[in-house]
Design a protein around this ligand. Structure first.
Ligand SMILES: C[S@@+](CC[C@H](N)C(=O)[O-])C[C@H]1O[C@@H](n2cnc3c(N)ncnc32)[C@H](O)[C@@H]1O
Length: 362
């Protein structure tokens, strides 16, 4: 086995791959139907001629720069093992930041709403909460506040909930429902984001849309694999067009590669990943522009939009988001490499408030 591994590693090194040893091990484990740990536990095992032939084929595919995830047919994302094939973009680690933020926002909102619902008198709590919004640190209010819900609210406030999250509570007209958030994952691909959110937010209902039927075939497999098919509804269509109801949260990792960048992509991406999952038009922002325009009518008051973006697109996306939602709080979150990665748009609690009066760039 050691000898076979060395051969695989050398063959991949000749193709100038970044991690030839790791790839050789993953592919050998795949050919043998075992894990890498099992591979290391039995380094002296002999391979049958059928196993050798199968391994050789896998190495040849990788040497032609086919991504490992397509060869082995799966990829880990947010702690979940997802099926992938060449009909979908391979989920990227940086997209986990988008999921993390979406979960954080949904949980924060539902904790606040949970506190609200657990209080006996809605009216009394509503007015108390109004004072919390004005500032729980005001001494007069702090002295009045008593009981466990007040303590919990104070701690929520200290953990800096967003103003819209709190505002949501004061508006008796607010139709938001963060105890059972309704989420749209736009351009779901493998379903990576939708499935992760459904697994981690067991109350959530997720609409997962994609224009590509091949992508939706993969997404349904992943929904079933992780037992969330009853709460993830797949819709084939353009962005939000087919959404049957307004949503609390829109999350999207849409194509955002510009035409200039497309020409520079490594062969793993340019030859193998679906172009419709990458191509964002001349400046990479075509899909994001259309989505923000559609979001105006598909998002509930106090709804939130989270967009994954390219490292150089932060300023342009903030300008677009601020045009479509002038009253929104817009924030950029950097990824672990320090690059702009996620734009968060937290909209106003009042229906229709802050919508643009002038047309935004289309
Ligand atoms: C960058 S991939 C992201 C896939 C997945 N969300 C992820 O994070 O791994 C973008 C996805 O958007 C889909 N897409 C592109 N244009 C679309 C459109 N106009 N409407 C719906 N989906 C679209 C593509 O088919 C692709 O699956």
């Amino acid at each position: 086995m050691q000898e076979v591994l060395r051969w695989g590693e050398q063959a991949l090194a000749q193709s100038a791959l970044d991690s030839p040893r790791l790839d050789a091990e993953i592919l050998l484990a795949h050919a043998l139907g075992i894990t890498r740990a099992q591979l290391h536990a039995h380094p002296q095992s002999q391979l049958s001629s059928a196993e050798l032939a199968s391994y050789r084929q896998l190495i040849e595919r990788r040497a032609r720069r086919e991504p490992v995830a397509y060869i082995v047919g799966h990829k880990e994302f947010y702690g979940l093992d997802l099926f992938v094939d060449n009909g979908v973009l391979i989920p990227r680690p940086e997209t986990e930041l988008l999921v993390e933020k979406a979960i954080e926002i949904s949980q924060r909102q539902s904790v606040v709403v949970g506190v609200y619902k657990s209080c006996g008198s809605e009216r009394r709590l509503s007015s108390d909460l109004g004072r919390v919004a004005e500032g729980i640190s005001r001494p007069a209010y702090r002295n009045q506040a008593s009981g466990s819900w007040a303590t919990r609210l104070a701690s929520i406030r200290r953990s800096a909930p967003t103003r819209p999250a709190l505002d949501l509570l004061f508006s008796s007209r607010s139709p938001n429902s963060y105890m059972r958030p309704v989420i749209a994952d736009v351009g779901t691909g493998s379903g990576a984001i939708a499935v992760s959110l459904a697994v981690h937010l067991p109350q959530a209902l997720v609409y997962a849309t994609d224009a590509s039927p091949a992508a939706l075939e993969v997404a349904i497999r992943n929904c079933r694999r992780h037992g969330v098919e009853d709460r993830v509804h797949l819709l084939q269509g353009h962005l939000l067009e087919l959404l049957p109801e307004p949503v609390d949260l829109i999350v999207a990792n849409l194509p955002y590669v510009s035409q200039a960048e497309l020409a520079q992509l490594p062969p793993e991406i340019s030859r193998y990943e679906p172009r419709e999952a990458l191509d964002g038009g001349p400046d990479g922002l075509d899909c994001i522009r259309h989505l923000l325009a559609q979001a105006e009518v598909h998002l509930k008051p106090s709804g939130v939009v989270l967009l994954e973006i390219g490292a150089s697109q932060g300023e342009a996306v903030i300008a677009l988001a601020s045009c479509h939602f002038p009253a929104a709080r817009v924030e950029i979150v950097r990824d672990y490499a320090g690059l702009d990665r996620v734009v968060i748009v937290e909209t106003s609690p009042q229906l229709g408030e802050g919508l643009p009066t002038e047309p935004c760039p289309a």
